[in-house]
Design a protein around this ligand. Structure first.
Ligand code: XUL
Ligand code: CO
Length: 438
């Protein structure tokens, strides 16, 4: 294990709930089995390169102030290569099995596309060495199609066809390096794919272009033999006023409309769910019901702030709900829990990166234990099953199995006269039940 960037932090260990050591896990014990699987394999945690290794704390009111002593502040390839080694020291000490990146997080953009590709190759070489040295894997890769001014009007949904072409070249390369690094997935987040005003926007044409772009990616995936999972990541707003992938339902509809349903799953982010006016539980349940829940960007927003604050998850109720859905679908396959989260600007010391991730991992460990206990207890699932008992026999069964129509239902009701009285939804009782376990 290298010890250059974080000399005062050693490997983070599980010390149990009684520990007062801020640099230890109290709940996350990677080797502990829950429901027949280790915590490590349940969560498949990932660190996001963009926040943790490129975040500076800059905001609209001031420049970055994060202390990153290993960074020489330059945009050089050497600095990027050194940063990649630091990233792996961090991942190794934290004991996280995966990371995720955008092309431009890991390597500087050059003056030309060819130079950018060369820069990326030079850093990918180091990432590959470090993956080999540590056994840490790439959960998914992606391309930054939103920072450069060429994407001012969007990438694949731009009014400028050249922006589409440049984005295609960039994604082609990002897919190639994801494949080279053994990445298990590739994510498409909308970036600037949306609009600020409909007065200047041909919405239908832009959405068709987005679909065309994704079809080209699907074709190229086959061509290069990339077997990883494609994800689309919903977000309702920011940077544009209205993003095309606004929520899970909009994404599912888009995938169906443009014949992409079998090719992409969803990568769902908590703060995006709440910005869309939904709960994370709603978004996950909607995607899982369609068999399209692939991966999760784990973070949280702030109830009092209306933008994407990307905070680390600390709410046990929230992680319990997430783990109920994940356990309910039988766990992740290619996906995992990627901390798409950043430390606050005021938390500018390197050690804060450890505190943030330890907290997130412990919060998910609590959530997993609680969700498993709720499932083992069985009362919640039994209540839901019983609530729909009228569908298991008699007229309900006939409707579900296609043995009823309007005429037979009219005859049924004329004879019966009135519906069997309903039973209470018992919401408060169920909320109390959940709190028994928290
Ligand atoms: C932006 C966001 C992205 C994606 C990857 O809100 O969540 O970082 O996860 O492009
Ligand atoms: Co995200």
């Amino acid at each position: 294990m290298t010890n250059a960037a974080f000399p005062n932090v050693s490997k983070i260990k599980y010390e149990g709930p009684q520990s007062k050591n801020p640099l230890a896990f109290k709940q996350y014990n990677p080797d502990q089995k829950i429901a027949g699987k280790t915590m490590r394999d349940h969560f498949r945690f990932a660190v996001s390169y963009w926040h943790t290794f490129r975040g500076t704390g800059a905001d609209p009111f001031g420049p970055g102030c994060a202390l990153r002593p290993w960074d020489d502040g330059s945009n050089s390839v050497v600095n990027a290569q050194n940063r990649a080694r630091v990233a792996f020291e961090f991942l190794e000490k934290l004991g996280v099995p995966h990371y995720c990146f955008h092309d431009r997080d890991v390597a500087p953009e050059g003056a030309t596309l060819a130079e950018s590709n060369r820069n990326l190759d030079a850093v990918v070489k180091v990432l590959k060495e470090e993956q080999k040295r540590t056994g840490i894997k790439l959960l998914w890769g992606t391309a930054n199609l939103f920072s450069n001014p060429r994407y001012v009007h969007g990438a694949s949904t731009s009014c400028n066809a050249d922006s589409f072409a440049f984005a295609a070249a960039q994604v082609k390369k990002a897919m190639e390096v994801t494949l080279e690094l053994g990445g298990q997935g590739y994510t498409f987040w909308g970036g600037r794919e949306g609009y600020s005003t409909l007065l200047n926007t041909d919405l239908k044409r832009e959405q068709e272009h987005l679909a065309k772009f994704l079809h080209m990616a699907v074709d190229y995936k086959k061509k290069i033999g990339f077997k990883g999972q494609f994800y689309i990541e919903p977000k309702p707003k920011e940077p544009t006023k209205h993003q095309y992938d606004s929520d899970v339902a909009a994404c599912l509809n888009f995938l169906r409309e443009y014949d992409l349903f079998d090719h992409l799953k969803l990568n769902i982010e908590t703060n995006h769910a709440t910005l869309a006016g939904h709960s994370m539980l709603h978004e996950l349940t909607t995607a899982a019901a369609a068999g399209r829940l692939g991966s999760i960007d784990a973070n949280t927003g702030d109830e009092l702030l209306g933008w994407d604050t990307d905070q680390f998850p600390t709410d046990i109720y929230g992680t319990t709900e997430i783990m109920l859905v994940v356990l309910g679908m039988g766990g992740f396959t290619t996906g995992g829990l990627n901390f798409d989260a950043k430390v606050r600007r005021e938390s500018f010391e390197p050690v804060d990166l450890f505190h943030a991730h330890i907290g997130g991992m412990d919060t998910f460990a609590r959530g997993l234990k609680i969700a498993h206990a709720i499932r083992q207890d069985g009362r919640l699932a039994k209540f839901v099953k019983n609530r729909y008992a009228s569908w298991d026999t008699g007229i309900g069964k006939k409707i579900e199995t296609g043995k009823a129509d309007f005429r037979s239902l009219e005859a049924y009701m004329l004879e019966k006269g009135e519906v069997t009285p309903c039973t209470s939804g018992r919401q408060e009782m169920l909320e109390n039940l959940i709190n028994e376990f928290i």
